[in-house]
Design a protein around this ligand. Structure first.
Ligand code: SF4
Ligand code: SF4
Length: 203
């Protein structure tokens, strides 16, 4: 991730959430290998949905918002967030191997876990949290889930880990709303830092 070190002291949560994302990357890669499941090339159906169907927290959005503040015209993304789709969804996979997410490396936790994490259903069975395409791939390998039950990533416990990094910013909102709130938090804190630094120079 391309985030300047300066921001790590301003946002002490950054290091922890990025560490969690690195861990989640390893865990979900293990799931992909263990079950031999993968998204078909160019599929982005889970992103192409009303934003209230994808919930994220401010803390999950923090690395993305700091990155956008530092490297892009963040106002353009805020304008896009007023639409009903996730502002980062892009439907141009035919031309771009990076897929349907314009900020893939910085995407929030929910997008990292969907498809490659598990939960208990109402009958107590361990089931993947996934779309129907991936569910079909998992169905053929049900016995693997039973064998590796205790080592499989649980969506709720990983979400709880992210929430515990900063409980006051762990509440979940529709992804667009979470992005706007996280961006506002980042902008305010950085402006305050500049204001204080200017004030100290003139005092
Ligand atoms: S999780 Fe499902 S809907 Fe989303 S990209 Fe993968 S296969 Fe497509
Ligand atoms: S942030 Fe990226 S992966 Fe997540 S919903 Fe939006 S486009 Fe999809």
């Amino acid at each position: 991730m391309y985030i300047s070190q300066n921001y790590y002291s301003l946002f002490p949560q950054l290091q922890k959430i990025i560490q969690l994302y690195e861990e989640v990357e390893k865990i979900t890669n293990n799931v992909k290998n263990l079950f031999s499941v993968s998204c078909p090339h160019g599929c982005g159906q889970c992103c192409k949905t009303a934003s209230h169907n994808i919930e994220a927290s401010i803390i999950e959005m923090l690395p993305l918002c700091v990155y956008l503040y530092e490297h892009t015209n963040y106002q353009l993304w805020l304008d896009k967030a007023l639409d009903n789709l996730c502002p980062f969804y892009k439907d141009d996979t035919l031309y771009n191997d990076a897929g349907c997410c314009a900020v893939y490396e910085y995407r929030p936790l929910v997008c990292r876990l969907f498809g490659f994490s598990f939960m208990k259903n109402k009958y107590g069975a361990i089931v993947p949290v996934a779309c129907s395409t991936l569910q079909n791939q998992y169905t053929a390998k049900k016995e693997i889930a039973a064998i590796h039950f205790s080592n499989l990533p649980h969506m709720s416990s990983l979400s709880m880990q992210s929430m515990m990094i900063d409980p006051s910013r762990g509440e979940r909102y529709p992804i667009n709303e979470a992005f706007i709130k996280a961006m506002e938090y980042v902008i305010l804190k950085i402006r305050l830092m500049h204001y204080q630094s200017d004030y100290n120079k003139t005092a």
